[in-house]
Ligand binder design. Sequence first.
Ligand code: ZN
Length: 289
Amino acid sequence: MTRISAANQSHYLLGGPDEVEPVKEKSTSILDMVAPVHPLTGGRRFFLFPERLEIALGGYNYNNYVDKQGGPWDNDEFDRVVQDCLKEMIPHTGRDNLPWKITMIDTSSVNAWAKMGGFMGINRGIIDRMAKDTRDFGLGKISMEDKVRAVIAHEMAHVSLRHSARFAEILLIWTLLSVWVVPIWEIIEDYLPFTIESYLFTRYSRSQEFEADQYGMHLMWRCGHDPKAMIWSEHFLKDYEPTYGIGLLDFWDRMFWTHPTTDQRIEAEKKVLAELEARGPFVPEIDND
Ligand SMILES: [Zn+2]
């Protein structure tokens, strides 16, 4: 049955056409409450922190943090691109009730970040350098707007998928478990050149980067923008990847570095691009029962 809109519902209540059936409330199972289906991924995820806590933790000290990073950057041209991008992507995040906020920050360092609850920042450095970079990395023409959108989409995907919140949840669980588990692990760690904790958290953080790339591309695609821009931005960011030595030191560095190497990310993004291209333009689902 086709659902009726809010406007039609009130029309129905006022005695509208008989053929229109009222919307039946969908029953919410316990599974839906503790592990709802994420509209962007289609998969279920358990969560511990309620949204209100996510917002409180992410928003805490946001303005001070922005000031510490360099303060807001006034640039009407890019502010319009950034704020328009934010607005059009929000409905596709599955979390349109978050107080999404993004500030352009007046610093030359190449970075963008997201805190839980939708509080984000994008530095002047990343925008300035993207604007000056004329390379196409074999991807054809990518607009400056799409390059900026790719950065924002990546950060919005982190928020939408609760990456920081999940990290905090895991830390909490880890702390609770540590009473019993850590003593055993400490014995094992005596034979390892690293702590198991740092290894697991680094691996997990990397998987989050791949996921933010993937679903950032989905956000671009859903809004009718070129997801190839994510691959462009990855090539661009390669210049700012810390340089490594070779051999054993390189191996250890990479194992503990929190971001996966850009080459691996580019490969993964190419696969996502092929999937999205095979699906054709995004068509919103009709809300049918
Ligand atoms: Zn990231």
